[in-house]
Write a protein that binds this ligand. Sequence first.
Ligand SMILES: C[S@@+](CC[C@H](N)C(=O)[O-])C[C@H]1O[C@@H](n2cnc3c(N)ncnc32)[C@H](O)[C@@H]1O
Length: 256
Amino acid sequence: MHQPEDYENSFDPDAYFEQYFGKNSIEDGTRVSLFCLPVFAQIIKQSVPKEKRSSLLDIGAGPTVYSAVCFRDVIERAYMTDFVEKNLVSLKDWTNGISAHDWQPTINVILRTEGITGSSENMNEKAEKRTQELVHAGGVLFSNVHRSPCVPDLKEQVVDIMVSVFCLESACKDLDEYGKCVKNMMSHLRPGGKFIIGSVIDDNVYNAGNQRMFWLLRLTESDVISALEAAGLDVENRKAYVLEDEGVMFAMLTKL
Ligand SMILES: C[S@@+](CC[C@H](N)C(=O)[O-])C[C@H]1O[C@@H](n2cnc3c(N)ncnc32)[C@H](O)[C@@H]1O
């Protein structure tokens, strides 16, 4: 099994994309993130004034762009970050319109979740183009959750919205490390800003594509919530979806 320190050498963006976002896996499977993120995006759009929701930072995005797609009508710029150089190349290629990854099936699901049924090719393409512009306005940057700051080249000190899905449990070996990494991340979020976390619950391994298995830190919902509370997030008023059958939780919290 591959370990957190193996990401740079062993993570394959193409295999990961195919496993979770390729046309067949998208049409067959349930990607809980594609249901939760549009819901959170809509809540933020309705409850936060426009000038206070300009920037989004995704930490550990891998080769994926769905978080920015979900927030395309909420924000003005998106920073997509990851630890692995090949993932950054993949993100940059997509931003520049030369990606080998077809995001249209995923965008279809997102539009469907948003209630846009029977979306035309034109609408899907518009959504993708708008998202590419958002990432152009922000950037594709290196991040390491074990360092503070996690994103050394971030142009602005703090952002309005931070997203991190399935990253911390991949990167950490124990709860102590996990807690420190959450705190490192939080230094990039402004007080009053929103943090959205997606986490695998109660599992210790995942398939990153082509049966390449990677370590996960086994977490309970309460492990995640305790770490978020210690890092200064308002856990009392969180909005959370815990899907025990899927083994995942998604939560949105405000930084105090
Ligand atoms: C399971 S993937 C999740 C990718 C994406 N967020 C998603 O929802 O599909 C885990 C990601 O965490 C990244 N990662 C691993 N260690 C990291 C670290 N120390 N700092 C930042 N990201 C890291 C990996 O490169 C990988 O892209």
